[in-house]
Design a protein around this ligand. Sequence first.
Ligand code: R5P
Length: 281
Amino acid sequence: MDWGMKNRMSKIIRPDTGRCLMLAIDHGYFLGPTERLEVPRRTVAPLLPYADSLMLTRGVLRTSVPPESNVPIVLRVSGATSIIGEDLSKETIVTSIEEAIKLNASCLALSIFVGSKYEHQTLANLAKLVDEGEKYGIPVLAVTAVGKDMARDARYLGLACRVAAELGAHVVKTYYCDNFEEVVEGCPVPLIIAGGKKLPEADALKLAHDAVHHGASGVDMGRNIWQSDWPVAMIKAVRAIVHKDADVKEAYGIFLKEKEKDKSGQKEPQKVVKTVSHSFD
Ligand code: R5P
């Protein structure tokens, strides 16, 4: 890796802990207004100080994150599908590398849909993006999804992660599953996990804990943070797991303590329109 690539990677995965807490707020790129992410600026503001990086599209970056903010940007550059369209896997690259550079992105994120109708297209997108990223020293995060009929187990997730790494992804995101260490072992680049649909806070903390305990380099978490009634307390608790190796009990203790102080609590959803649920889950 050249200096630029190493420097950007160090903004995504903290060199002192070898881990990352990426806050995902890109859901609107195919879901539209998602519950408690209806007004992204409002959702993200109280969480920014605790996120190592922010995963989002250029539209939300421009409108909802202050340019003075120092948070490293993981720019989602794949899309052009929606939850009500023909097929979610029919993604293409929607943001150019020049645009990513202008936006000072530290990393590019793109989805691959292994085992889906448009598998080939999404894998070719990844290979092309890695070539572009390599030219300018910008790492690529491959977001893995497997076909609708496939179990989210170590076999299929492991396959998707390995394919992503073989095509040159610098970081891979997947889901936690039984025998997760097999997925980690088969993937020669850092692996991070998505949080998935909203769980009770203690369960989400256990998920994050089990993932890092079994070899994940951190989390790229969205709904389990900002759909909590106490998002700041939640991100602080996840942070303790990721960077301080807190166990589930300690992390939940942090959540309960911080919950008392959390003025960002969203007792009511911000939503103004009916939102559609996440189809990957
Ligand atoms: C899909 O919407 C995105 O890649 C999300 O960033 C990803 O699923 C992580 O968010 P969550 O923790 O809500 O699953």
